[in-house]
Design a protein around this ligand. Structure first.
Ligand code: HEM
Length: 480
């Protein structure tokens, strides 16, 4: 399939004349473009997008960045991605610059294809949507609300392991971790927990995520086309849930605090205006996307690393069993238990260092500015990269070695460990993700040891970090 898209792209590239390329760039030339970072803008229109994507598909996403750092002897280089001239800032100093200049020199940007997959009901761009969503989230994701979710997450984890893991000799991990995080999100965001209802959303969701960073060719059967259809389907389903909830709230059958949906329906903005149903559907969709494939990618990677590293597994097992033994029969995990899972969280962080679920994000230069002596023109896109930042030997000696002690004490230096981004746009779901990942680890190691069926299975990026074949494992339940 990838070959098919590659050929389509090649055809597309050849059909666009080189002169168009020169026209495009000469129109914008001038002193603004005189001292650009070194680099290559690749093919006309397509730029270096295919190489950027394909290094991830092949399992070495950091290669795109490291090859160019070596080629240009520079920690900032020029390229062209997803139809825009772009600059990549490599490493902690670049991250610091970007995260500290949010809304001053740069602001968040997504390829325009993303707006096609998520056409906003209120006709604002996805950027403005994100700002509105961000304002609303703290109420839902604040510490006291999160504490209430631990018991709910624990209950779902127990049912998940009972139905999908127990009494099985082998499982394929990645689809299961997706199911786990999606089930929790459906319950906590819209109070949907009936497994058949959850399943109805899950498949279209897979299509949607796959299309987000795909080649934006809207033809029947392309990942991009499937993502647009999936987005429409999910939004229609969400609107139906929202309508029902309005009725239930009016009749006292639903509680104002039961999930984020009730919260959104009952909270007005600073002008006293309530959100429309379609707006709420958009916001919930945004949260489901932000919160779903990211945490499931982490959970799957944790299973992979624990299979490969028995001494790390033992450490996590000891910590989790101590917590398990301190609980009465049937007692759910609580906030204190989570605080005791220090070693497990260090392990999870080391997993996210080596296999960050999100490989990076874009910013848009809102002014001309200078960085490291190079000029960055207004309108150019800037990319920061978690993979290459996390493998910098200056901050992480022996970067490929798995070593959770890197996170002991005050942990890595600022801006060197960025799985959740940083600055004002830092992931608002970080704490929520920590909880669901730790609850998952607790139930996993309490029940099983395991080994990989495919010893050398690769981790790829498409667009999240994921095991190439889904990570099939053989399960060995602990003796009671
Ligand atoms: C391991 C799990 C997760 C990882 C690694 C992760 C990572 C990230 C990253 C790297 C960003 C982009 C920051 C940027 O643009 O610079 C982001 C944004 C975001 N995340 Fe997460 N995330 C995770 C889980 C979650 C969860 C559970 C939720 C929701 C409950 C969530 C909601 C969001 C939202 C709404 C944004 C957009 C924020 C904005 O644009 O201001 N994420 N996340």
């Amino acid at each position: 399939m990838e070959l098919f898209y590659a050929s389509l792209l090649t055809f597309f590239v050849l059909s666009v004349t080189l002169s168009f390329h020169f026209l495009l760039y000469s129109k914008k030339s001038g002193s603004r473009l005189s001292n650009l970072p070194p680099g290559s803008t690749g093919f006309p229109m397509v730029g270096e997008s295919l190489e950027f994507l394909s290094t991830g598909w092949k399992g070495h996403p950091e290669k795109f960045v490291f090859d160019r750092i070596a080629r240009y002897s520079s920690s900032v280089f020029r390229t062209s991605l997803f139809g825009s001239p772009a600059v990549v800032f490599c490493g902690a100093a670049g991250n610091k610059f970007l995260f500290s200049n949010e809304n001053k020199l740069v602001q968040a940007w997504w390829p325009s294809s993303v707006d096609k997959i998520f056409p906003s009901s209120s006709q604002t761009s996805s950027k403005e949507e994100a700002i509105r969503l961000r304002k609303m989230l703290p109420n839902f994701l604040k510490a006291e609300a999160l504490q209430r979710y631990i018991g709910i997450m624990d209950g779902i984890a127990q049912r998940h392991f009972a139905t999908d893991w127990e009494n099985k000799d082998q499982v394929v991990v990645y689809p299961l971790t997706k199911h786990y995080t999606f089930w929790i999100a459906c319950r906590l965001f819209v109070n949907v927990e009936d497994p058949s209802h959850v399943a109805k959303f899950e498949d279209p969701f897979g299509c949607l995520i796959a299309g987000i960073l795909s080649v934006p060719i809207d033809l029947p059967g392309t990942p991009f086309n499937r993502a647009i259809k999936a987005s429409n389907f999910i939004r229609t389903e969400l609107v139906a849930i929202i309508k029902q909830r309005k009725l239930d709230l009016a009749e006292g059958k639903a509680s104002p605090t039961q999930d984020i949906l009730s919260h959104m329906l009952l909270t007005s903005d600073e002008n006293g205006k309530f959100m429309h149903e379609a707006d709420i559907a958009d916001k919930i969709l945004g949260l489901l996307i932000g919160g779903h494939d990211t945490a499931s990618s982490s959970c799957a990677s944790i299973v992979k690393f624990l299979a490969e590293l028995p001494e790390i597994y033992e450490g996590v097992y000891r910590e989790q069993m101590e917590i398990a033994k301190s609980k009465a029969a049937g007692e759910l995990l609580n906030w204190d238990d989570i605080q005791k899972m220090k070693y497990s969280w260090n392990v999870a962080c080391e997993v996210m260092r080596l296999a960050p679920p999100v490989q990076g994000a874009f910013r848009d230069a809102i002014n001309d500015f200078m960085y490291n002596g190079f000029s960055i023109p207004k309108g150019w896109k800037i990319y920061w990269s978690a993979h290459s930042t996390h493998r910098n030997a200056e901050f992480f000696p022996e970067p490929l070695k798995f070593d959770p002690s890197r996170f002991e004490g005050s942990g890595p230096a600022p801006y060197t460990f960025v799985p959740f981004g940083g600055g004002p746009r830092m992931c608002p779901g970080k704490e929520y993700a920590r909880l669901e990942i730790l609850v998952f680890m607790h139930h996993l190691v309490r029940r099983f040891k395991w080994e990989k069926v495919i010893p050398n299975e690769k981790m790829i990026v498409n667009p999240m970090s994921m095991p190439e074949k889904g990570l099939p494992i053989r399960l060995y339940p602990h003796k009671a």
